[in-house]
Write a protein that binds this ligand. Structure first.
Ligand code: IMP
Length: 415
């Protein structure tokens, strides 16, 4: 199980791609086209949002029941992958996954506009409204796409409500039943071959001794229950939900690799204690290429936050860490690392505050680590190794992989 240990964009795609080489099945268990994975193989860069990263490595790829799927995005990705010689014949989509409908996207966009300064900064892909309808039991599932009569009926029921919202509350165009049903029926014909009982598929793979990799999207602090609510995504991103999202028991997960960047980034709104002040923020952004894969937005950049990372270790039961993009820090003479938060009452803590107001007002207490100021390639220089060991000691968790560049092979295995 691979989980993002920060606010997403930790470089999970690269780690999953690497570990997928030795796995048989790669599954996604939550989220949808709000995720953006960048994988660089040789001269080729792949940016995928909906299909599991394992597809690039030619592995059986599963989109589990806990995911939300935009059929158009899914098929665009299929076409893009196929046109570049990557087969999608072994991609399997759960019939229980929910479909992102055009009104979900329209509502996501309109509600963010309406919130104005209070907006969440979503990716505007319809994720929140789709999960909301799932919980409301108004959702349309992938399996509904395969039955035109049921599909039309469900669209009709949903539109009766959604169009009122769209027109009267958000003052945007409503959707027309016939046009929408016809379009989805067309898309359904192309989706059909990918639909499978993915819970059974993964269970059989495990029983047959296959290696299954579960690939988290977004990150721990974007978890709906445990993240920095309301500035979170609408699904549970933490490791425990991988079992639910795929449809296997929690006892089947035997290792949890947390992926953390050697610094921190965040897109969208919300508190961010270690956000870098001054020019260094732009320097990290440029060096790290910190622009959103899905939205192109500038990512906010901060120094490594061990309080938040300790929380991620706790929430996910992380058994080892992959520390990515260490090379981005190579130009700095000194590297501040947040070891504690100072709270409103002047006390200091190593534990992530459970109360939002404590977190919002927390200020970071830094310990400065020496930089290395040489490019990273192969063996880590002493100061870089020192940085890694400092993190390991503080968290009590080993770092097994260190990312030193964008390409697949730019990873140092420490264990
Ligand atoms: P949503 O998932 O589009 O509803 O967006 C909710 C929050 O999660 C926003 O702050 C987004 O920027 C953030 N978010 C969603 N997906 C990702 C991701 O893949 N990486 C980083 N942030 C994300």
């Amino acid at each position: 199980m691979i989980v993002g240990a920060q606010w997403g964009d930790e470089g999970k795609g690269k780690i999953v791609d690497l570990l997928a080489q030795g796995s048989d099945v790669v599954c996604r268990y939550q989220g949808g086209p709000n995720a953006g994975h960048t994988i660089i193989v040789g001269d080729e860069t792949f940016k995928i949002r909906q299909i599991p990263t394992g597809v690039i490595a030619g592995k059986t790829s599963v989109i589990g029941a806990g995911c939300v799927v935009d059929p158009e995005v899914f098929l665009e990705e299929v076409d893009e992958l196929e046109s570049r010689g990557v087969s999608t014949a072994d991609v399997h989509l759960s019939g229980e996954a929910h479909v992102i409908m055009p009104w979900h996207v329209a509502i996501d966009q309109a509600s963010e506009r309406r919130l104005g300064k209070l907006q969440i900064g979503t990716t505007r892909r319809g994720i929140g409204p789709c999960y909301a309808d799932k919980a409301m039991r108004l959702g349309i599932r992938v399996q509904d796409l395969l039955e035109p009569k049921i599909l039309r009926q469900k669209i009709e029921v949903a539109l009766a409500e959604k169009n009122v919202w769209l027109e009267r509350v958000y003052h945007v165009e409503p959707f027309e039943l016939e046009a929408l049903a016809a379009k989805l029926e067309r898309l359904a014909q192309r989706i059909r071959p990918y639909v499978a009982d993915t819970s059974l598929l993964v269970d059989r793979a495990l029983r047959n001794g296959r290696d299954v990799l579960l690939e988290g999207a977004q990150g721990t602090l974007l978890d709906l229950d445990h993240g920095t609510y309301p500035f979170v995504t609408s699904s549970s991103t933490v490791a425990a939900n991988a079992a639910t999202g795929v449809g296997i028991g929690p006892s089947r997960i035997d290792r949890v690799v947390g992926v953390a960047k050697a610094y921190v980034t965040r897109v969208g709104e919300g508190p961010f204690p270690t956000e870098i002040e001054g020019e260094d923020q732009a320097r990290v952004r440029e060096l790290g290429g910190e622009y959103g894969t899905v939205t192109g937005r500038e990512r906010r950049c901060g120094w490594l936050d061990l309080v938040a990372l300790r929380y991620a270790v706790r929430l996910n039961g992380i058994t080892s860490l992959a520390l990515t993009k260490l090379d981005v820090l190579s130009t700095f003479a000194e590297l501040p690392v947040c070891v504690r938060y100072r709270l409103r009452d002047g006390t200091e803590t190593e534990e992530f505050p459970a109360h939002q107001s404590d977190f919002h007002s927390a200020t970071p207490v830094y310990e400065t680590q020496p930089g290395w100021r040489v490019p990273l390639d192969g063996e880590l220089p002493d100061a870089a190794r020192g940085y890694v060991q400092f993190v390991e000691r503080a968290l009590g968790v080993g770092i097994s992989l260190v990312g030193t560049g964008a390409a697949r092979e730019r990873v140092v295995a420490l264990r």
